[in-house]
Design a binder for this molecule. Sequence first.
Ligand code: CO
Ligand code: ZN
Length: 327
Amino acid sequence: MFETIKKLAGSFGVSGSEEQIREVIKNEIDGKVDEIKVDALGNLIAVKKGSGKKIMVAAHMDEIGVMATYIDEKGFIRFSNVGWVWQYFALGQRVMFKNGTAGAVFYEQKLKEIKDLKLSNMYIDIGAKSREETEKKVKIGDTACFVGDTVLAGNMVMSKALDDRGGCAVLVKTIQEMPDTDNEIYFVFTVQEELGLRGAKTSAFGIMPDIAIAIDVTDTGDTPECELMEVKCGGGPAIKIKDRSFIAHPEVRRLIENSAKEIGIPYQFEIMEQGGTDAGAIHVTGGGVPSGVISIPCRYVHSPVEMADITDIENCVKLLRQCLKGY
Ligand code: CO
Ligand code: ZN
């Protein structure tokens, strides 16, 4: 599991530029499904054929990042966010453009109060001496991801982009040991989730499944003085009840809970006050798709040091497999 997460999380795939991560995932699942296709927006769809129910399983392969918007005379790059990037998390971080160019994210030193820090008074330094030199490596509109190596800390895996390469790893592992079922399963690695669940919208419309299950990370309430929340790392997969985009369909929620009971793994319920996930778009597609979410409890979401319990992620694989067999 760790090696799979490391490979996926280490790949480049800022929203709208998912080419590299898509190839990496494709190589991991090649030959393990009946069909692999890429739709108009770039979603990667792996199909296991069957005569039973049509089930869509979604995890987003895009990650948050930054986009070059302006290059000054000295070669410094101004940027905007792609997805939700908090300026305080970005400060002092290293970013990497798709072509491998490394950059340091820093801020205008005239800034007196750190509370006035905004992405608009920050810049990326790629070590160039002029606008011309920068433009040889970075063009306006190029995106960069944050750099955060994937390492183990106790039983926790720490990395950038566990949101949602952790979920992608759950799908990849499930595909590699495909559950024995007649159901027709559409494993969808979606694009542009971080920009507003965009890939999930089109892929769900294209598939029109009987039910859908999304796999994504959720916040936790288990760090010092954090917001109160009933989810903790190591407590098992979290079954989503509600977030800003979605309320779980009772039938799918029950399927997930019963599946967890059947295989005897720990689980917890999640109500996330901020953010949403792919199921938010899928469940309002067409005439509606009953949907549920299995969440990976994750600390420090949208930072380069996202942390999740590796046993929780392994249990997500077991739980998803049981759901796909049991429906
Ligand atoms: Co996210
Ligand atoms: Zn996510």
